[in-house]
Design a protein around this ligand. Structure first.
Ligand SMILES: [Zn+2]
Length: 118
């Protein structure tokens, strides 16, 4: 597997550059497989470049302050993480709260009241 920096900064683009499971979107890397989706660029990256980009001091601060509160997810996610988050969002959207249950003591009070009026 190739690591970041193996290619020149003007290396030719692989046809699958930036694609899911294809070549890393960083031009000087283009290592495979690209399994990390960058929500900023909307392209896919290899694990090494994901770590470099996400945890770069400037990027991390910018994402944490500007984007994380609004979007509710980190800058990079795997397909598995994206799917799990979307399933959770969907489940929350479809959640219907159960009607409140009467407590046993309330049931006793209501039963007595009904008898008193009978
Ligand atoms: Zn890379």
């Amino acid at each position: 597997m190739m690591a970041f920096g193996d290619l020149s900064l003007d290396a030719p683009h692989k046809p699958n550059k930036g694609h899911e499971g294809g070549a890393c979107n960083r031009q000087s890397c283009q290592a495979e497989p690209a399994l990390w989706f960058n929500h900023g660029t909307q392209q896919w990256y290899c694990a090494d470049c994901r770590r470099d980009i996400q945890f770069d001091a400037f990027n991390l601060r910018d994402w944490t302050q500007q984007w994380q509160p609004r979007l509710g997810h980190p800058m990079f996610e795997t397909r598995e993480q994206i799917d799990a988050r979307e399933r959770l969002t969907e489940a929350r959207r479809n959640y219907i709260p159960a009607p409140p249950q009467k407590s046993p003591s309330l049931i006793r009070i209501l039963t007595k009241a009904r008898r008193a009026h009978a």
